[in-house]
Design a protein around this ligand. Structure first.
Ligand code: UD1
Ligand code: CA
Length: 455
């Protein structure tokens, strides 16, 4: 059996340049903390354990990660990456291998990490390095006759070493028993007075352990976040990759640079998405669905052929086949639209179940309501679902016609095929098949004069 894998994620740093009270690793990328991205990638490698070394921000990090089934080790003082790993040593299983990841390097991919773990399982050190045009600030990989012999940190490097463009990404994997021995030998007699994890490379070489370098498939995988500008850069890289994946799967994007997926999106065939749409949570877009410009969809399922016109906000809702929404519609949680429902501009729906072929086309609020099939709800209709203390339901049966500017004071039912005259304030049930209205009789006061301004 292959030696078990423990994964250590270093996340104790303060991230001074973020200029924020939130620990750096909790800043969101695509709607979830940087650290969560790393944790989710780590989980795909099938580790025995994942341990997060945290420090700055106190319990905020473990609290934010409570749902993830992780171990946590506190590094009270940040004395360097070697010291950080040192805090977690008692927790690592000697017979296994350890992979070290950074909590602020969120775009790393499993396929880039697998060869490192493979090297560790073969008794070697697997080190992820990358060639940079501008290597300033990074640890440099020093080689002799092609073999890695040590890493020198930028601040400790001489001019010749600073000219080296191959840098340490910080990510490495190695046999755990070796790691423990080497960490215990670290000293902090260097330019920064820190315990450098990178010093273990020279120790490995001294002990005759082969150091094997691997490169990431894409240079952006190893980019870290140290500032808000870098966070925004990584967000764009991530979104670009999501957009690329969608287009490869056949989705039409008006502009891949103007798409934000902050969760999980699934698309059928011939889906098209216009510019500036935000998708959050779990979103499913059925075959031929179209989403217009400037829409926000969170936890939404669109059936086949649904058309969402521009400027709609839809949350926790299901829209049946060929339904049409917007522009400027707000669909709130619990709403379910059957096939071919039309919801027009400035309509708000909340926890409303609407039957097929019904229309709510203009300026209405329909909340806590059951609406049948082939119902027409006129402009400006309001379900008065809240009495100041409790919410009540409105039931509108099949083939009802509701005139404009009607208030339905819930709980109330409009019977099948009923018609409500425009301007009705309905406080009792309306019988099926009849016309119900509540207006006063129209009258004209002849000779009436408008008031005039007093001199
Ligand atoms: C480190 C590497 C350097 C590499 C660079 C890549 C060392 C000594 N240097 O440098 O070779 O090129 O990363 O970005 O390892 N951390 C802790 N506790 C600490 C110190 C750091 O948890 O005491 C965490 C940070 O939160 C961060 C990671 O370790 O996630 C790296 O720390 P950072 O200070 O960015 O390392 P560098 O000095 O940039
Ligand atoms: Ca760094």
């Amino acid at each position: 059996m292959a030696p078990s894998l423990d994964i250590l994620i270093l996340a104790a740093g303060k991230g001074t340049r973020m200029r924020s009270d939130l620990p750096k690793v909790l800043h969101p990328l695509a709607g979830k903390p940087l650290l969560t991205h790393v944790v989710h990638t780590a989980k795909t490698l099938g580790p025995a354990r994942i341990c997060v070394v945290y420090g700055f921000g106190g319990e905020a990090v473990p609290q934010a990660m409570a749902a993830e089934d992780l171990s946590f080790v506190l590094q009270a003082e940040q004395l360097g990456t070697g010291h950080a790993v040192g805090q977690a040593l008692p927790w690592l299983v000697d017979a296994g291998v350890t992979l070290v990841l950074y909590g602020d390097v969120p775009l790393i991919r499993p396929s880039t990490l697998e060869p490192l773990v493979g090297a560790a399982r073969a008794g070697r050190v697997g080190l992820l390095s990358v060639d940079l045009d501008d290597p300033a600030g990074y640890g440099r990989i020093v080689r002799v006759d092609g073999q890695v012999i040590r890493i020198v940190e930028h601040k400790d490097a001489d001019d010749a070493e600073r000219a080296i463009r191959e840098v340490n990404t910080g990510i490495l994997a190695l046999p755990t028993a070796r790691l423990k021995a080497w960490i215990q030998g670290l000293k902090n007699d260097n330019a920064q007075g820190e315990y450098y994890l990178t010093d273990i490379i020279a120790m490995a070489v001294a002990d005759g352990v082969v150091v094997e370098t691997h490169a990431p498939a894409h240079a952006w995988e190893v980019l870290g976040v140290n500032s808000k500008a870098q966070l925004a850069e990584l967000e764009r890289i991530h979104q670009r990759e999501v957009a690329r994946g969608l287009m490869e799967a056949g989705v039409t994007l008006a502009d891949p640079a103007r798409l934000d997926v902050r969760g999980h999106i699934e698309c059928g065939r011939d889906v098209s998405i216009d510019v500036n749409c935000v998708f959050e949570g779990r979103v499913v877009l059925g075959d031929g669905a179209k989403v217009g410009a400037n829409c926000v969809l969170r936890d939404v399922e669109l059936g086949p052929g649904v058309v969402v016109q521009p400027f709609c906000h839809i949350e926790s809702a299901r829209l049946g086949a060929r339904a049409s929404i917007g522009p400027y519609a707000r669909i709130r949680p619990g709403t379910e639209l059957a096939e071919e429902v039309h919801v027009g501009n400035f309509v708000e729906l909340k926890n409303a179940q609407v039957g097929c072929n019904s229309k709510i086309n203009h300026l209405s609020y329909v909340g806590d309501a059951t609406v049948g099939r082939k119902v027409n709800i006129g402009a400006g209709t309001i379900t008065c679902n809240y009495d100041g203390a409790n919410k009540h339901r409105t039931t509108i049966e099949d083939e009802v016609f509701i005139g404009s500017d009607t208030q339905l004071v819930a709980p109330v039912t409009v019977g099948r095929g009923a018609t409500l005259g425009a301007g009705t304030t309905l406080t009792r049930d309306a019988p099926a098949g009849e016309l119900t209205l509540s207006r006063v009789k129209q009258l004209t006061l002849s000779g009436w004069q408008r008031p005039v301004k007093k001199k």
